[in-house]
Design a protein around this ligand. Structure first.
Ligand SMILES: Cc1cc2nc3c(=O)[nH]c(=O)nc-3n(C[C@H](O)[C@H](O)[C@H](O)COP(=O)(O)OP(=O)(O)OC[C@H]3O[C@@H](n4cnc5c(N)ncnc54)[C@H](O)[C@@H]3O)c2cc1C
Ligand code: SF4
Ligand code: SF4
Length: 1001
């Protein structure tokens, strides 16, 4: 079946029968609705093709059955892992089969042979975490190690930063069991052990290779980084690094790099390597980019495990980030135009140090660059520097506007002796086409990543073609490989024949015909590919346009265009986006899949629990993009598909911080909720939750009545049935002794007094701490007063208590939220104008002042207030640093375990919590590596979300609390403390209370 662009709402006639049979005959998930198909229509490339349907198999036999059904109905198949490919190989008008959710087991492990057998959907980081205690690792360390599956890595013949030491996938795969499209499950492995069917294939391929021997010799790139076409050269090896240690032939290597076009991998046998015990890093500084490129060929003779480039632009981008500046500065000597990170790794640190000294000598004596190497011996600075390199790339990808760094010639590989000439020439090509590229990555193997900035909605396709043509001439001149890392897919398929010539291309076609005669496996990739610039296959295809919409929030910062040469952006609001910038903010998601991660960090808690593309930041952004561009039908933004995709988004803002391009789904969800409310109104439950700030004071007068729902089982059941509030949860408990009722006894400063005070502080006492967990606010006052501050608890003009409006925002009640925000700003403005710090206790409330309130159209006043708004711990940490906060504190008697509220993490506000706790003598607080607690405001209280909420908490937080029975648990978020209490029966404390309890009376 040929590639075709279709919209998500169109279906091919076979689709219904296919869906019916899959549902009936397998245990897997059958996703054929428009939004699901749309979420699987893209990978990390510029392309978009609607699949026929999506199938998420539960078991391997589900896959076998699905292949049989698809063959019966003559529907193509597209195997998929993390979908992080950059060339469009994971997009297609086929039945997409996603192995990443369920097929991720380690099947077998042989410590002596150092091999492991795995299912295709296991992610590299997960595998390496499993191998680490065994002293081994799988060393093809792709940058996407947190989301790339082994099936996808084999599909693409992926290559890691350390390929110079370990090779690519093809060098590290020992065997593959795979189904052919005809349903046969074959074992591809060393020639000597093949069964009859496999041997027949091997003989066929050998015959082709023998016929093409001279052509292979003449045309095959000799560099290690050749990933294009099929590995016909297994029989006549051309790579500078042999595919097997003993030079024997392994038929599995024919499938490595085949991009799912020949067979569907059921399992892989992988060769493992010992985990290196030590690493040292030499950072070589160069005064010119050319010199860095020229030096690479000499540096590799020292046997490094990595040589990675960071150019001037990347250096500057990194230095612009205050968090990274000290790290990158420590690696620099003066202002270099480029640096090379040269790593040596192994078991013997002394030997590594000798290699490092050899590097220093090489630079001084041979290349005449004495004093150019910064030596990093310890692990911590090395790790920090590798992080900076990654972050630099992320900043580059976060360019706002329609021009984006586009990946299509980003991994041409040239022999090292030509690297300098090649990069110089390509830089000139970019300039001729009115753009430029930032260079980075694998200098060791001549594969430098570079992405020129192109506007794929306007003249991008034209420029892409012109640049690709000129790059190809250079690659040929330097005898390189056009496709050196990321595969062929849609953007490089047409270059296969250019690279290998018509005869070898015919041999490739014959291989395809032998293994997949019906052309069912990922058609249009490698064989019969479309033109790279076929714009009908683009994500932003001709005619792409968004609906007109008046957003509730201010998205104008995204509504800009950029200059590809200078990367400067036009004024906010000038980008001609009919949605006021919302669509452009959504389109910042480039599908790189970074949100599919399970490591430290917050993003994305709902995906961590469900492993569903729908419940992933990327899936949500794609759903919104499709809805905003009319691809899900009319009114889709306020329709069910968007609602379902956003349902489990807990608004944790993890993506705001962790997403490389800054996709802020929490804010997008608020916008959608507000738009939905305008169309559909607000439910009774949401009204009840939203208006808490309005009735909290009243409820605290009659707490026995307000708390009845918690005490009476029947009331719990009824509140679940009528309001959707989980009967398994107790709601926050109202009390008479609120902060506000006891305020008179706290010696608070009046507004007039605080304006005159020497050391003034305004406490923003939010609804939760003012009426519910009031001991926190009391504790905060005690701590601040003990340190000599005059504390004023702010109230409104009519003496009303203040609120940030968050509960209204979460219910889509934007107008009410704005009214509350206006009231709050009016009360705080005169104090903020005098430079008085405004200190808050509840992270989500205080940080609303610094985030959402700035996009509510409240003008400069909101910015003035935001500039003074600090969390309690931020304020104290700042004061302590300045020597102004040193109250007498007694020694800590317990270990302390700290859980960060998601919004604290998103705003980088966890370090102050730890800093402040460390002011307590003897305290050594430990941060729990947790994502969201799962409560997220009202989310965890809702019956529909209770199970997911508990699963989120059980991922890391609750087990960590249970594992530390004697520890003091510190958590600043009201709902986090509630979750900890519900899940473990332990009381967690706000940092203010911890400090107050340690005050020497
Ligand atoms: C920011 C970024 C950085 C990257 N860095 C690197 C890097 O350092 N090195 C590198 O090599 N690549 C890199 N890539 C590209 C990509 O991440 C890798 O190629 C990765 O290995 C793909 O894994 P995946 O699970 O996402 O595969 P997918 O994209 O899901 O699939 C890749 C191919 O394999 C096929 N496939 C998947 N599963 C199977 C199966 N079971 N049977 C048969 N075929 C199958 C698919 O059909 C597809 O053709 C990067 C991409 C991004 C976005
Ligand atoms: S949401 Fe961010 S992290 Fe996730 S795929 Fe999109 S750009 Fe990448
Ligand atoms: S706000 Fe949190 S839950 Fe929502 S998409 Fe972002 S990381 Fe995921």
């Amino acid at each position: 079946m040929a590639q075709m662009a279709s919209t998500a709402t169109q279906m091919i006639p076979e689709a219904a029968a296919l869906a019916r049979r899959l549902a009936r005959e397998t245990q897997g998930e059958v996703l054929f609705d428009a939004a699901s198909r749309g979420r699987y229509a893209t990978d990390a490339s510029i392309y978009q093709i609607m699949p026929v349907g999506v199938f998420v198999p539960k078991t391997a036999s589900d896959v076998a059955i699905a292949i049989d059904i698809a063959r019966d109905l003559r529907v193509s198949l597209l195997p998929r892992g993390g979908g992080s490919s950059q060339c469009g190989q994971t997009t297609g008008a086929a039945l997409v089969i996603d192995t990443s959710k369920h097929l991720r087991k380690v099947l077998d492990f042989d410590a002596d042979a150092m091999t492991v057998d795995v299912e295709p959907g296991i992610v590299l980081d997960a595998l390496n975490a499993w191998l680490k205690p065994r002293g081994l690792w799988y060393p093809v360390d792709v940058s996407t190690s947190a989301q790339a599956t082994l099936g996808g890595m084999a599909g693409n013949n992926s290559c890691g930063s350390r390929s110079i030491a370990y090779g690519n996938m093809v060098h590290n795969v020992a065997g593959i069991d795979a189904w052919l499209a005809d349903g046969r499950l074959l074992s591809f492995g060393p020639l000597a052990g093949l069964g009859a069917a496999e041997r027949e294939i091997a003989d066929f391929v050998r015959g082709l290779a023998d016929q093409q021997r001279d052509e292979i010799q003449a045309r095959w790139p000799k560099v290690m980084r050749r990933v294009a076409g099929y590995s016909l050269d297994i029989f006549h090896p051309q790579s500078e690094r042999p595919y097997t240690a003993d030079g024997s032939v392994n038929l599995a290597h024919l499938l490595v790099g085949a991009e799912g076009t020949l067979a569907f991998t059921r399992s892989l046998k992988l060769n493992l390597s010992p985990l290196p015990r030590a690493k040292v890093l030499g950072v070589v500084n160069f005064a010119s980019f050319h010199a860095a490129m020229d030096a690479a060929q000499h540096i590799v003779t020292l046997d490094p495990s990595a040589v990675e480039l960071v150019d001037r632009t990347m250096i500057e981008l990194s230095r612009a980030n205050p968090a990274f500046r000290p790290t990158i500065d420590a690696a620099l000597i003066g202002t270099p135009e480029a640096i090379l990170l040269v790593e040596f790794s192994g078991d013997d640190k002394a030997a590594l140090l000798r290699q490092l000294r050899a590097l220093v000598a090489l630079m001084a004596d041979v290349l005449h660059l004495p004093g150019s190497v910064v030596e990093m011996i310890d692990d911590a600075p090395q790790k920090a520097l590798w992080e900076v390199r990654k972050a630099g790339l992320n900043i580059m990808m976060s360019l706002k506007g329609d021009g984006k760094p586009v990946s299509f010639i980003e991994d041409c590989a040239v022999p090292l002796q030509h690297l300098a000439e090649y990069t110089d020439a390509l830089t000139e090509v970019f300039a001729r086409h009115g753009t430029r590229g930032t260079w980075y990555a694998h200098a060791s193997v001549g594969t430098l990543h570079v992405r020129p900035i192109l506007d794929m909605r306007r003249d991008g396709a034209h420029k892409m073609r012109a640049i690709a043509d000129e790059a190809a001439v250079l690659v040929r001149r330097f005898k390189g490989a056009y496709s050196g890392e990321h595969g062929d897919g849609l953007c490089r398929g047409e270059w296969i024949e250019w690279q290998f010539g018509p005869n070898i291309n015919l041999a490739f076609r014959a291989i395809k015909g032998k293994l997949d005669p019906g052309n069912l496996m990922n058609p249009g990739k490698i064989i019969d590919p479309p033109k790279m610039d076929d714009a009908s296959l683009f994500r932003f295809a001709p005619g792409y346009q968004t609906i007109a919409l008046t957003p509730v929030f201010d998205w104008s910062a995204w509504n800009v265009q950029n200059d590809p040469k200078t990367e400067t952006t036009s004024a906010p609001g000038s980008g001609l986006d009919p949605t006021g910038g919302l669509a452009k903010a959504v389109e910042m998601c480039n599908n790189n899949g970074h949100c599919r991660k399970f490591d430290a960090g917050t993003m994305c808690p709902s995906y961590r629990v469900t492993r569903d593309e729908q419940h992933l930041t990327r899936g949500r952004a794609n759903t919104l993009r499709l809805a905003l561009s009319g691809q899900l039908g009319p009114d889709a933004l306020t329709g069910d598909a968007v609602q379902e995709a956003l349902d489990l988004c807990v608004g944790c803002k993890g993506c705001r911080r962790d997403c490389p391009t800054g996709v802020d789904m929490a804010k997008m969800k608020l916008e959608v909720l507000a738009q939905r409310r305008l169309r559909h109104g607000v439910s009774l439950k949401n009204r009840l939750l939203a208006h808490l700030p309005a009735y909290a004071a009243l409820a605290s007068r009659v707490p026995w009545l307000a708390n009845l729902r918690n005490r009476l089982p029947l009331a719990r059941q009824l509140s679940q049935r009528w309001l959707g509030l989980s009967a398994a949860r107790s709601l926050p408990r109202f009390r008479r002794d609120t902060f506000w009722r006891g305020a008179a006894s706290l010696q608070l400063a009046t507004r007039a007094e605080v304006l005159e005070a020497n050391r003034p502080v305004v406490l923003f006492v939010d609804t939760f701490n003012g009426h519910l967990d009031s001991e926190n606010a009391v504790a905060a006052v005690r701590v601040l007063q003990a340190a000599g501050y005059a504390v004023h608890a702010a109230r409104g003009a009519r003496d009303e208590t203040l609120c940030c409006g968050r509960t209204y925002l979460a219910a889509g009640m934007a107008a009410e939220a704005k009214a509350r925000a206006r009231q709050l700003i009016a009360a705080l403005l005169p104090l903020a104008e005098r430079g008085i710090p405004i200190v808050g206790l509840e992270p989500s409330c205080l940080l609303t002042l610094r985030d959402e309130m700035l996009t509510m159209g409240l003008g400069a006043d909101a910015h003035t207030v935001a500039a003074q708004a600090l969390l309690f711990e931020e304020f104290l940490a700042r004061e302590a640093k300045a020597g102004r906060f040193h109250p007498p504190l007694r020694t800590a008697r317990q270990p302390m375990l700290v859980h960060g509220h998601c919004h604290q993490k998103a705003f980088g506000a966890m370090t102050p919590v730890l800093d402040v706790l460390r002011l307590i003598p003897g305290a050594a607080p430990t941060l729990i590596e947790s994502s969201c607690c799962g409560m997220a405001g009202s989310f965890g209280y809702e019956a529909a979300h209770h199970a997911v909420s508990m699963q989120m908490a059980e991922l890391a937080l609750l087990p960590a609390v249970r594992a530390a029975p004697g520890a003091l648990i510190v958590a600043d978020g009201t709902s986090c403390r509630h979750q900890i209490a519900d899940g473990t029966g332990r009381e967690a404390m706000h940092v203010a209370r911890v400090l107050a309890d340690h005050l020497v009376a």
